[in-house]
Design a protein around this ligand. Sequence first.
Ligand SMILES: [Zn+2]
Length: 234
Amino acid sequence: MIYKNIATVFFSLLVSLAWAQADKIIKLKPITDKGSFRTMVETDSLMAMIELKSLIPSVQYELRYASSNNFTGQRLYPKNTHVTYLRRKPALALAKVAEDLKEKGLGIKIWDAYRPYRTTVRFWELIHDERFVANPSKGSGHNKGTAVDLTLIDLKTGKELEMPTPFDDFSAAAFHGAKNIDDLRTRNRELLRTTMEKYGFVPLETEWWHYSWPGSSAYDVLDLSFKALGTVVN
Ligand SMILES: [Zn+2]
């Protein structure tokens, strides 16, 4: 009996140790200092983070992590966050995307672009599943200002075009290769994809709304607040 108890205790100890290990977040060392970031931008202007509305006035924002209307059910960005950023090259490419779409009477709505590293860590604490959120030990293109989550809108009405799924719907219907999506939604998803690809963005097969800029290894992970970024002149 005693042996059995000892075995049980030993086993549960092993299990809790394994859990503690799994729970340990291996963090990257992001850029947290505004001064260092400013120096980097002064040295290489491609490192600059561009506020998207200042570049593309027609862009619509619905920054989901600035409200609780997102898959975590929690607000993760400061209240009243009305700015979002990308590095200079992807920002300029996105402006071209918007220009191209304008000829079709369409525009873009952004759900998220730059995401401070602390938010990726928070996602991990909440969800802890690499199928749905980035592992903080790797970071994400969003942390580097090289990824954007977006959809298409009708410029006249401001309404979103119909797409296969809502934003952050982690089902197979969100895949680019999803089956059983009607013609209209397939066409809209494809239009977003071909236009984004035309200007250099790379799609993610499992999320129709997520696009990244190639060569993200050239960029550092940032953990600067939106407010701090706003004070760094580009
Ligand atoms: Zn994304």
